[in-house]
Design a protein around this ligand. Structure first.
Ligand code: 2HG
Ligand code: ZN
Length: 469
């Protein structure tokens, strides 16, 4: 393993390598996950092409060196951490939008394209790429595909998987695979594209994507329902869903979330907000007023203490900037932020919110809940000012997270709605999936990576007992 850095340097050129002693090397041992430790790689390789990515994967297999793919490093579950050492393969330099075709409604992009940049580029041509993870200003499309990222607009438009039509993937050993299509429909063969999306860099390294676009909705408007507390806001969401309301966004933020962004946000949230429901509609300009009126009346009936409309683009931008500030503001305010993204059936949102309160009361850990409540996808943040490296503190925080997972599963939910499993949730997957289901996934992984060198130790827990038991 020791000469791997030199070999990669000779193959790709020194400029591609962030090697030992480089001031940036440590950055590749961290991501946005709530882990205090970092995992320094031997080196990071910043590839610029599919051929370079394939060369790295060929060399790593030949030398039996673990390799961890990385997009922008914005993942929250440790998926991009090189926990087995070895090297990090970063696609951050592959930033080219190769093609935008307004007729075919597709774009062809490299994985390092920042999601927000792609959105702005297609919107300038009257098109629309809906998936909008909160980190869209710095996360990359390759990472979004690797984690099957969601976002607020997933409520109406669905998650990343629904927008990936085709992929080029570099496989362990250096083979390059092109799969999928660029047509609106297509059922030829098995759906390998869907199989790669969401595998968190454990099957292959995405080096090019064909993404589906939509025509840009001509108008959008945002409504803020202000509620006395999170329980009232949660029941309002349940009722709005029962009414059959289908806006493009149906988000929730509790009082703690709002209080953490007040000082920073350009948007002034009402002082009396005990929780807010953020609703956004899109469609024809003439229909906006009518839809907002309807939502406003319904929020009033459901116990809102105020309903505010944001129609002007600048005002809507300010609302969204504020919403995206919640996560970074919590990170700034606490030494520990264990953030979960559990997802419960929509009918169980109110019950889940009550169970989060119960866990907070039992453990005396402060919680903050916000997120994509219309999808049942709640960001339950467990927060503490204690020392993140203190094993007792750590144990206590993760025991609380484990209680949150147990409640989620008891309500028929799933551990992760959008962030992925990576490292931080890997050892809880057995709460949700049977050993048989896990075993089939292990076999699937080994089909693509028989030496288990590509992002090893992620996504699926190691076998703990024979499948037959
Ligand atoms: C969001 O929706 C992100 O803001 C981050 O998914 C969630 O930090 C979090 O809990
Ligand atoms: Zn989110």
């Amino acid at each position: 393993m020791s000469d791997i850095v030199g070999i990669l340097e000779r193959e790709l050129g020194g400029d591609a390598i962030v090697g030992p002693g480089h001031e940036r090397l440590d950055d590749y041992g961290r991501d946005e996950s709530p882990l205090p430790e970092f995992f320094p790689p031997l080196c990071a390789v910043l590839v610029e092409s599919t051929e370079q990515a394939a060369a790295v994967l060929r060399i790593c297999l030949e030398r039996k060196v673990p390799v961890t793919p990385r997009g922008a490093g914005s993942g929250m579950c440790g998926g991009a951490l090189p926990i087995a050492g070895g090297i990090v393969l970063s696609t951050e330099r592959m930033k080219r939008i190769i093609e935008i075709d307004p007729g075919d409604l597709i774009a062809v992009v490299q994985p390092g394209v920042v999601t927000g940049v792609l959105q702005a580029e297609v919107e300038a041509q009257g098109l629309f790429y809906p998936p909008d993870p909160a980190s869209l200003e710095y996360c990359s499309i390759g990472g979004n595909a690797a984690t099957n990222a969601g976002g607020p607009r997933a409520f109406k438009y669905g998650v990343t998987r629904e927008y990936i039509l085709g992929l080029q993937v570099a496989l362990m050993g250096g083979e390059v695979l092109r799969c999928g299509r660029r047509t609106a429909k297509g059922v030829t063969g098995y759906d390998l594209v869907a199989g790669f999306v969401g595998t968190e860099g454990t099957f292959g390294v995405i080096t090019e994507l064909v993404v589906k676009l939509l025509p840009k909705p001509p108008a959008a408007a945002t409504v803020l329902g202000v509620f006395p507390d999170v329980a009232a806001a949660g029941s309002a969401i349940t009722m709005l869903l029962r009414d059959g309301l289908r806006p493009r966004v149906l988000e929730l933020a509790d009082k703690s979330s709002i209080d953490h962004i007040r000082g920073k946000s350009r948007y002034r949230f009402p002082d009396n907000a005990g929780a807010i429901v953020l609703i956004e509609v899109d469609g024809e300009p003439e229909s906006m007023e009518m839809m907002m009126e309807k939502i406003g009346v319904r929020c009033d009936e459901l116990g809102a203490i105020d309903v505010l409309a944001a129609t002007e683009p600048a005002e809507r931008r300010a609302v969204w900037e504020a919403r995206r500030l919640i996560s970074p503001s919590l990170k700034e305010a606490y030494r520990i932020k264990v953030n979960e993204d559990v997802c419960v059936p929509r009918g169980k949102i109110v019950e889940m919110l009550a169970r989060v309160d119960q866990v907070s009361a039992e453990t005396q850990i402060k919680t903050c809940v916000f997120g994509h409540a219309g999808d049942g996808n709640l960001h339950v943040n467990l927060l503490s000012h204690d020392d993140p490296e203190d094993p007792a503190v750590r144990k206590h925080m993760w025991a609380a997270a484990s209680r949150i997972f147990e409640h989620t599963i008891a309500l028929g939910g799933t551990l992760s709605g959008e962030h992925g499993i990576g490292l931080t949730k890997r050892d809880y997957v057995h709460l949700e999936q049977s050993e048989q289901v896990l075993e089939w996934q292990r076999r699937w992984k080994l089909m693509w990576d028989p030496s288990n060198l590509l992002n090893p130790g992620k996504k699926i827990p190691a076998r703990t007992k024979p499948c037959s038991e």
